[in-house]
Design a protein around this ligand. Structure first.
Ligand SMILES: Cc1cn([C@H]2C[C@H](O)[C@@H](COP(=O)(O)OP(=O)(O)OP(=O)(O)O)O2)c(=O)[nH]c1=O
Length: 209
């Protein structure tokens, strides 16, 4: 019997790997793509997420094509963008960037977009864009400084990680939670299943606590 098709995650994000694992998918290889993630001038949030997910998939495909073990694998990439209106928030790497993001998000609604790109074994590209609306409580300057001290914002789009302390900032969320963390699990598994990748939860060992 043929084994399951190979699967490559084109991401260096530990969150994406753990979300995939949560859905019962263990990648055969990780191929993080080194792409310039700077939004283009005037680029809208959805377009930016779509473009970057596609660029990560393109880069991973090039590396997979050169690898005898992985050729013909399914490849999945993703990009998460946090936006207030048309404005794309940075992936915060500096304290000032994170503090500015949090001041902007305080007491307001924002949107989190994750684009996923799937490359099939026949090298067809499939793309999905998922949107989640999030409302934060009002954050005092003390809240912001305490959060900055946690360091949890580092490398995160919009300067926060909902899976940590910032989960308690959320007054309301409309849409997928896993999408905010970085990989929308319903859309990912549906897309993969629709392209013939076996999604069989029966194979799983239960991990929920
Ligand atoms: C909003 C939010 C983002 N994030 C993370 C998800 C992504 O890892 C990151 C956004 O950056 P991305 O550029 O989407 O991903 P990445 O550079 O971390 O990984 P790769 O390109 O290799 O796949 O922010 C959280 O972990 N929690 C959150 O609540």
């Amino acid at each position: 019997m043929l084994g399951r098709p190979k699967f490559v995650l084109a991401s260096g994000s530990p969150r994406r790997l753990s979300l995939l694992n949560q859905a019962g998918i263990e990648p055969d290889a990780l191929r993080p793509a080194d792409v310039d993630e700077t939004p283009k001038r005037g680029e809208l949030p959805r377009a930016c997420a779509n473009r970057l997910a596609r660029a990560k998939a393109d880069a991973a495909l090039k590396s997979v094509q050169l690898d005898d073990e992985l050729r013909g694998a399914f490849i999945l990439s993703a990009d998460t963008v946090v936006a207030v209106g048309r404005r794309i928030l940075p992936k915060a790497n500096l304290v000032d960037e994170a503090a500015q993001c949090l001041r902007l998000l305080s007491g307001r609604n924002h949107r989190v977009y994750t684009a996923i790109t799937l490359v099939t074994p026949r090298e067809a590209f499939r793309q999905r864009l998922v949107e989640t609306r999030v409302r934060f409580k009002r954050l005092s300057e003390d809240d912001i400084q305490a959060y900055i001290g946690s360091g949890e914002w580092r490398g995160k789009a919009g300067g926060y990680a909902v899976q940590g302390i910032a989960g308690s900032f959320v007054v309301k969320m409309v849409g997928s939670y896993s999408n905010v963390v970085g990989l929308p699990l319903y859309e990912t598994t549906t897309l993969l299943g629709g392209e013939g990748f076996p999604i069989r939860f029966g194979w799983l060992n239960a991990t929920a606590i």
